[in-house]
Write a protein that binds this ligand. Structure first.
Ligand code: NAD
Ligand code: DAU
Length: 351
């Protein structure tokens, strides 16, 4: 496969996948297709935008006709589909946008691939990036999500992702399209939009702003450094079995409040503040509606079958991440100085 369409490449995870592929595979043509919503930012790709094997197409994944044009223009033979509305809180306020992009957008891509590949599946691959949230929520009982855990989504975001997963699998079962789906846990690292827990809190600590902890801060998430996710995507895209599902996670569960304390400690230390100075910023606010209690991924299948393991220890990943946001303040300031600031203030006005 030489002509790869990566959707959502201007977003958080997508930009790491684009960077990895552009640098690692000079013989591939990498086409980044992105609508550039509020979450898409071409500044995430400054270091690769001049590369000869990199191309950018501003396009909505719901625009079927343009997708077909792009497939033909670049003779696309592989798709890595990351474009999505990705923030749970936004899905609670505006579920329509999530159904449109995540469900109809995925279906448009699948239909375009079906039309352009025209039953010639040899050497083709449609790889869909999904989330552990489709599996629902776990209790505090040590159980893990496996690839056979029943889907049980609770938020409009996870319901839309679950629906898109089903469509992708249906295109394999019905038409024989070579598809793969992976379900990953919470990612963290550079270039994450500062509405998500880690970049939001790092930035608020830096600016002495309140840290809005939902509920009691007892919910658990399983954190993976974004470059490890990108490495897994590369491996699975090339070596994964068609029609299979792989879970991706770091066996790295943290209660939100414990993680927040680690962030406070790290940011304070790197900024030269007295230890624990920012603890006073912790502010308990009304819980997220339908807030899933615990996510935890069992990624043993990926390890056993393809040999993937996370490369970074969590302490190392947190240190790198906090340092990146502190060293790249202009990246975050460019985002928070615009429309987003208004959205953020409105969002928290009622909490
Ligand atoms: P993100 O919100 O940072 O980026 C999404 C990208 O998709 C943006 O560049 C945006 O412009 C683009 N996009 C949105 N709607 C589009 C449309 N209609 N047409 C074309 N482009 C559009 O998201 P992320 O956190 O990087 O997540 C990427 C993917 O990985 C998503 O599918 C998400 O569900 C999945 N995922 C994310 C995580 C995580 O922790 N962030 C974990 C597991 C899976
Ligand atoms: O599990 C994978 C998912 O991880 C991805 O599919 C999603 O795209 C991604 O956004 C993420 O979802 P979460 O809802 O887990 O991430 P978020 O960063 O929004 O929140 C992490 C935890 O922190 C969650 O329990 C809610 C809590 N939280 C979040 C924010 C933004 C707070 O307590 N306060 C906050 O201000």
């Amino acid at each position: 496969m030489k002509n790869i369409l990566i959707t959502g490449g201007a977003g958080f995870i997508g930009s790491h996948v684009v960077r990895l592929f552009v640098n690692k595979y000079p013989n591939y043509r990498i086409v980044n297709l992105d609508k550039l919503t509020y979450a898409g930012n071409l500044a995430n790709l400054k270091d690769v935008e001049q590369a000869e094997n990199y191309h950018f197409e501003k396009c909505d994944i719901c625009d079927f006709d343009r997708i077909v044009e792009i497939f033909k223009k670049y003779d696309i033979d592989g798709v890595i589909h990351l474009a999505a509305e990705s923030h749970v809180d936004r899905s609670i306020k505006d579920p329509f946008t999530f159904a449109r992009t995540n469900v109809m957008g995925t279906l448009s891509l699948l239909q375009a691939a079906k039309l352009c590949w025209n039953g010639e599946w040899e050497g083709k691959r449609f790889y869909h990036i999904s989330t552990d949230e489709v599996y629902g929520a776990l209790e505090f009982d040590g159980t893990l999500f496996t690839e056979t855990t029943k889907y049980d989504p609770h938020s409009p975001y996870s319901a839309s992702k679950a629906s898109s997963d089903h469509f992708v699998r249906s295109f394999h079962d019905t038409y024989g399209m070579p598809t793969i789906v992976t379900n990953c846990s919470n990612n963290y690292g550079p270039y994450q939009f500062p509405e998500k827990l880690m970049p939001l809190f790092i930035n608020n600590i830096r600016n002495g702003k309140p840290l809005p902890v939902y509920g009691k801060g007892e919910n658990v998430r399983d954190w993976l450094y974004v470059e490890d996710h990108a490495r897994a995507i590369d491996l699975i895209f090339h070596k994964g079995e068609i029609a299979e599902t792989y879970n991706i996670g770091g066996f790295n569960e943290w209660r939100n409040i414990d993680l927040i304390r680690v962030l406070i400690k790290t940011v304070d230390r790197l900024l030269g503040n007295p230890e624990g100075a920012s603890e006073r910023l912790i502010t308990y606010v009304t819980d997220r509606a339908g807030h899933d209690l615990r996510y935890a991924i069992d990624s043993r299948k990926l390890k056993n079958e393809l040999g993937w393991e996370p490369s970074l220890q969590f302490e190392e990943g947190i240190e790198k991440t906090v340092k990146w946001y502190i060293d790249n303040q202009s990246w975050i300031d460019n985002i928070t100085s615009g429309e987003y600031e208004k959205y953020y203030e409105e969002m928290y006005a009622n909490r």
